[in-house]
Design a protein around this ligand. Structure first.
Ligand SMILES: Cc1cc2nc3c(=O)[nH]c(=O)nc-3n(C[C@H](O)[C@H](O)[C@H](O)COP(=O)(O)OP(=O)(O)OC[C@H]3O[C@@H](n4cnc5c(N)ncnc54)[C@H](O)[C@@H]3O)c2cc1C
Length: 367
C-alpha cells in the first residue's frame, strides 16, 4: 500500500528552491513503476534531471535549502538518486524527501577511437583512448543501460563487457554496486568515473583505484552522483562476442526467474552461495502475502502484481532468521533499502553490521 509521509498537495521544504523546475518537479511520484520489484511507495518530490547543467543548478539549490545539513532531524530534507531501480526496495510508506533520476541526457554511449584525440577529463582517454595496442575506451553516461552498453561494445568488436547483457541496471548503479557476474565485474574494465558531489558541488574525475571496488562495494556515497564512466575494453571478434551474449542470455533464462524481482537479494558469504544456504534452510517458495522466495533461484524474491514492499522485507527477514538457525550464517542484504526504519533494516542486516564470518572484500562471485 502506498502511504506517503505527507499529503501530496502540501508544501515541501524544497518547493521554493526548486521552483525553477516548474511542473517537472513532480509531487507524490509513485516509485514502484521505476523499480523492477514494482512495489513501494511514492517520493514526496521527484525529478528526472535533463542534463549536467540542470543537475548543477539543482545541487546548488538543494545546498541553499539546507539539504544534507538538516537531513538527520528532518527526513523531508533527504535526497536520493535512483538509476533503473533494479537493486532497490522502497518502503510502502514512500520517501519524504526528493528523489532524483538522471534522464536520457545521461544515457549516451561513445566509443572513443584509439586514434581520436580523446576526452579532456580522464587520464586514460587523454592518451588517445588507448594505452596498449588493441585496447579502446568506451564512455557511457550514468543512465546508459548495461545490456545496451554490452551489445554496443560487441557491435564495435570490443570484448570484456559481455557479462553485463543480463543485468538490467544503469552504468551509475553498476558502479555504485560494483555489479558483476559470469566471472567479471565493473572493476575489471572501469578506468574511472566522473562524479558530482551534491553536498559540496564538487565535480571531479575519480579513478577506479580510488573507488575501492570490492564485492558489491564502492566508495561512492549517497550524496555522490556518477555522471559517466569510462571502460577500458580489448579488441575482440564480433561474432565470438555475439555468441557469448547469446550464451549469457540463455543461461539467465534457464537459471533465473522472470517476473518482478531485483536480482540476488543477499550477498554471497565468502566461499559459499546465499542461494545454496537459503535452499538448505528450506526457504525455497517461502511466501508472505504478495512476495515469495523464487522456486527457480533461491536468492531471488518475486513479487505479485500490486505487491507490497513490506511483504518483501518480511520474506527477507524470515530468510535471514531461518538461514541463521539452520547454518549459523548471517546473510546480509545486497538489495538497497530506502525508506525503512533502522529496526526494519537491521532485520536484514542492511547496510552494515559487523560479523567476522562475512567479508565485503571477498572475491567476486559469478552468478
Ligand atoms: C533480473 C536481475 C538480474 C540481476 N543480475 C545482477 C547480476 O548479475 N549482478 C549484479 O551485480 N547485479 C544484478 N542485478 C542487480 C542490479 O541490476 C545491479 O545492482 C545494477 O547495477 C543496479 O543498477 P540500477 O541502475 O538499477 O541501480 P538502482 O537499483 O536504481 O540503485 C542501486 C544503488 O545505486 C545508486 N545509484 C544509482 N544510480 C546512481 C548514480 N548515477 N550515481 C550514484 N549512485 C547511483 C542508488 O542510489 C542505489 O544506492 C540484477 C537485477 C535484476 C532485476
Amino acid at each position: 500500500m502506498t502511504t506517503p509521509h505527507r499529503p501530496a498537495d502540501s508544501a515541501h521544504p524544497f518547493d521554493t528552491a526548486l521552483a525553477f523546475l516548474g511542473d517537472r518537479l513532480r509531487v507524490g511520484e509513485p516509485l514502484g513503476a521505476l523499480c523492477t520489484y514494482r512495489v513501494g511507495g511514492s517520493a514526496a518530490r521527484f525529478v528526472v534531471v535533463q542534463d549536467e547543467s540542470e543537475l548543477n543548478r539543482i545541487a546548488e539549490a538543494l545546498a541553499q535549502a539546507g539539504a544534507f545539513v538538516g537531513e538527520a532531524s528532518q527526513p523531508e530534507l533527504s535526497v536520493h538518486v535512483i538509476g533503473r531501480g533494479s537493486n532497490l526496495l522502497v518502503a510502502d510508506a514512500g520517501l519524504p524527501g526528493l528523489v532524483l533520476q538522471l534522464g536520457e541526457g545521461f544515457a549516451e554511449i561513445e566509443i572513443l577511437d584509439s586514434q581520436a584525440p580523446g576526452s579532456q577529463e580522464s587520464p586514460q582517454s587523454k592518451r588517445g583512448g588507448s594505452d596498449q595496442q588493441g585496447s579502446n575506451i568506451l564512455r557511457a553516461g550514468a543512465m546508459a543501460s548495461l545490456p545496451v552498453v554490452a551489445r554496443k561494445s560487441v557491435a564495435a568488436a570490443l570484448t570484456g563487457f559481455e557479462w553485463a547483457v543480463g543485468v538490467p541496471g544503469s552504468i551509475g548503479g553498476a558502479v555504485r554496486m560494483n555489479a558483476g557476474g559470469h566471472g567479471a565485474d565493473m572493476a575489471a574494465s572501469l578506468t574511472g568515473v566522473h562524479v558530482l558531489d551534491l553536498e559540496t558541488g564538487e565535480n571531479r574525475w575519480v579513478t577506479t583505484a580510488a573507488l575501492e571496488l570490492g564485492y558489491r562495494h564502492s566508495t561512492i556515497t549517497s550524496t555522490q552522483i556518477v555522471l559517466h564512466a569510462e571502460l577500458h575494453l580489448a579488441s575482440g571478434d564480433r561474432l565470438l562476442g555475439e555468441q557469448r551474449l547469446a550464451e549469457i542470455v540463455s543461461w539467465r533464462r534457464e537459471h533465473q526467474p522472470g517476473g518482478h524481482n531485483a536480482g540476488s537479494v543477499f550477498r554471497n558469504p565468502p566461499g559459499d552461495s546465499a542461494g545454496r544456504l537459503i535452499e538448505a534452510a528450506k526457504c525455497r517458495g517461502l511466501r508472505v502475502g504478495t512476495a515469495e522466495v523464487s522456486t527457480k533461484h533461491s536468492n531471488f524474491i518475486q513479487t505479485d502484481s500490486a505487491g507490497s514492499a513490506d511483504d518483501v522485507l518480511e520474506v527477507m527477514a524470515q530468510v535471514v532468521a531461518q538461514v541463521g538457525n539452520h547454518s549459523g550464517v548471517q546473510l546480509r542484504a545486497e538489495t538497497v533499502l530506502l525508506g525503512f526504519t533502522d529496526e526494519q533494516r537491521s532485520r536484514v542486516r542492511w547496510p552494515n553490521t559487523t560479523t567476522p564470518s562475512l567479508d565485503d572484500d571477498s572475491s567476486e562471485q559469478a552468478l
